[in-house]
Write a protein that binds this ligand. Structure first.
Ligand code: ATP
Length: 235
């Protein structure tokens, strides 16, 4: 079953149009990545889906679980079961691990038990009362994912979850994403600059270039095709 569908989506900022007709489909239980160079429009696509204040959507449709998201406000969208983990983590820095998770649970329609979520994050379980600002980048990223998971989402959008993290933490985040998908049946759309991460966790990939989807490929194809990676991803 199709869970998320973007049809001919056009969007941009006051400074100009950025997305020029995005078509993208994510089936239930898939892990799909959205790849592309800096400035290709990946974050703009994510923000369009979740109804952030910016960008402005000028055309097309976004359907989630059969509902038109363009008619919904940002807070309604999270209640439909779509959760966004933005770039740069953005947990409340002065709050502790447990306080951040409680806050997320309070706003959710049908939250999971915090203890249940923490079972999957032993690192966080051991630092429940630590203030977020005193945690490493990797720990903060785990908290951002845990906070999203507490809301019991049907689908999670992750914007560059591994950016700036050490390789061993990147492996850990990859396995968390795999677990969330396999054990908790959360469908995932992942934005990445790091193709290795996308290849490790996603089944299918959309390549975005200058606001247009230029390719849709399987992991096998992306792995084999050096020319494709060089042309659109610069590697
Ligand atoms: P990155 O990895 O750098 O985040 P990206 O593919 O996610 O790249 P976007 O962040 O979507 O790209 O940016 C696409 C274009 O939109 C860029 O040219 C960027 O400068 C522009 N842009 C992003 N946010 C805004 C904004 N709030 N106002 C105006 N222009 C913006």
């Amino acid at each position: 079953m199709t869970l998320l569908e973007l049809r001919n989506l056009t969007a941009g900022y006051e400074t100009g149009q950025i997305l020029f007709g995005i078509d993208l489909v994510v089936e239930e239980d898939e892990v799909v990545s959205l790849l592309g160079r800096n400035g290709a429009g990946k974050t703009t696509t994510m923000r369009s889906i979740v109804g952030a204040d910016e960008p402005y959507i000028s055309g097309g449709a976004i359907l989630f679980d059969g509902q038109n998201l363009l008619e919904r406000r940002n807070y309604e969208i999270s209640k439909l079961g779509l959760s966004f983990v933005p770039e740069g983590r953005r947990c409340f820095r002065e709050l502790t691990v447990i306080e951040n998770l409680e806050l997320a649970a309070n706003y959710a329609l049908n939250p999971l038990r915090i203890e249940t979520v923490l079972e999957q994050f032993p690192e966080l379980n051991e630092m429940q009362n630590r203030q977020t600002k005193n945690m490493s980048g990797g720990e903060q990223q785990m908290l951002a994912i845990a906070r999203s998971l507490v809301t019991n989402p049907q689908m999670m959008l992750l914007d560059e979850p591994c950016e700036g993290l050490a390789p061993y933490i990147v492996r850990r985040i990859e396995s968390i994403i795999e677990n969330i998908n396999a054990e908790q049946n959360v469908t995932v759309l992942l934005v990445e600059q790091n193709v290795a991460v996308a290849l490790a966790v996603a089944d299918r990939h959309y390549i975005l270039d200058e606001g247009r989807i230029v390719k849709e490929v399987t992991s096998e194809r992306l792995h084999e095709d050096d020319t494709l990676r060089q042309k659109y991803l610069g590697i």
